[in-house]
Write a protein that binds this ligand. Structure first.
Ligand code: NAD
Length: 371
């Protein structure tokens, strides 16, 4: 079985889908791994290091040639897979609901597209879950980036010249990214509060030493541990809660997402106007439509003296760590189903049906076909 790892081509994408560690592990399973020249460069992995780990390092066409599995961070353009084996597995993130054309092109080319972001949230798939591994690092990076833009310190400091007050940080949306944002802001010495629409997060917030701020009766737990969309009445309740709290905050980190929908709007321009000048809002959902009115991907926007910021691709800003974790997720996924006789992975129904977008020339994903 030949596994190909291509250099990512999406603008701003610095990650890579295999690390020297996973190259060694796949080789130990009996596969050969081919890595495109320069694939790891932006994640600080030199071609030489892949070679030392046992990979063949070659130009694109040679890398894809005859591959039975292609691994990517973002799914490659189907044209770059021209030489790959018939029906090859392509395991990557596909943004299937946003980029349906690409899924159709994969079906037409006869590849078996496996969308890693559709991995079910079940215990045995936790180590395969790229959304979790990347969100965790994103939560950390959001706080660091916001702290960098903030013209004051995070911890309280008592100095001979006077006292510096601790920053007040408010985290909105307490999933994987939000929990890491809370932990990071606490480590930096900030006073942290957080909110969500899933009631079980209140305990998680408290366990990290932060204050849970919840509107009474506001609950919108959806399926699979995710949130559901709020009703108009609930939205009004949330807006009231946010307006009262946000005016006293220095830093706001928003992380709210609802699967298959645009990110919910959590902070309006009017609420931003109530904040102190010099405050910073980092919108982690900016690439999915944004939680904050006026935020723009990869831009610093100033509104009413408040800086709004957010990255189009946050994990790419810590490419070395995010690549290492993404690569392990991919290895954990493919190796869990490795079948010696078949010489490659044979997926089971529960996980296979959840992640498989295309097979045998057709789109087969129920979720995608129903959307
Ligand atoms: P997510 O990225 O989908 O959303 C981020 C957070 O935003 C969520 O906590 C959500 O409740 C919240 N949110 C949505 N709308 C909101 C609103 N209007 N106001 C405030 N907050 C809002 O979430 P996630 O990080 O993917 O985590 C979702 C759940 O899945 C969590 O319970 C997490 O622990 C769980 N999880 C399970 C596994 C597993 O078992 N394999 C893996 C990862 C995550």
């Amino acid at each position: 079985m030949k596994i190909a790892v291509l250099k990512e081509t999406a603008p701003g994408e610095r990650r890579v889908a295999a690390s020297p560690e996973t190259v060694k592990k796949f080789t130990a399973l009996g596969a050969t791994v081919a890595v495109e020249e320069g694939a790891g460069h932006a994640a600080a992995i030199a071609d030489e290091v892949y070679r030392e780990a046992g990979a063949q390092v070659s130009p694109l066409a040679e890398t894809a040639q005859g591959a039975g599995i292609v691994m990517g961070v973002q799914a490659p353009d189907v044209l770059s897979l021209a030489g790959a084996g018939e029906g090859a597995l392509v395991a990557a993130t596909f943004d299937p609901f946003g980029q349906r054309d690409r899924v159709d092109a994969y079906a037409k080319a006869g590849f078996e597209a496996l969308a890693l972001e559709l991995m079910p949230r079940i215990t045995r798939a936790q180590s395969m879950d790229v959304l979790s591994s990347q969100s965790n690092l994103s939560g950390y990076k959001a706080v660091m980036a916001a702290a960098n833009e903030y013209g004051r310190a995070f911890p309280m400091m008592m100095t001979a010249a006077g006292t510096v007050q601790a920053a007040r940080v408010f985290v909105m949306g307490v999933g994987v990214a939000g929990l890491q944002a809370i932990a990071t802001a606490k480590r930096l010495g900030a006073q942290v509060s957080a909110t969500d629409v899933r009631p079980e997060t209140a305990e998680q917030i408290a366990s990290l030493g932060a204050k849970a701020v919840f509107a009474e009766g506001l609950e919108a737990a959806g399926e699979g541990g995710y949130a559901a969309e709020l009703t108009d009445e609930q939205k009004a309740k949330q807006a009231e809660l946010v307006s009262g709290h946000i005016a006293k905050q220095d830093i706001v980190i928003t992380t709210a997402l609802i699967p298959g929908r645009a990110a919910p709007r959590l902070v309006s321009d009017k609420q931003i106007a109530a904040m102190k000048p010099g405050s910073v809002i980092f919108d982690l959902a900016v690439a999915q439509g944004g939680n904050v009115e006026g935020s723009q991907p990869d831009e610093l926007v100033e509104r009413h003296g408040v800086t709004l910021m957010g990255y189009a691709n946050t994990p790419s800003h810590l490419a070395a760590d995010s690549s290492a974790l993404f690569s392990r997720n991919l290895y954990n996924f493919l190796s869990a189903f490795w079948d010696e006789e078949a010489g490659g992975p044979v997926l089971d129904e529960e996980i296979g049906n959840a992640v498989r977008l295309t097979r045998g020339g057709a789109v087969v994903s129920e979720r995608l076909l129903q959307s």
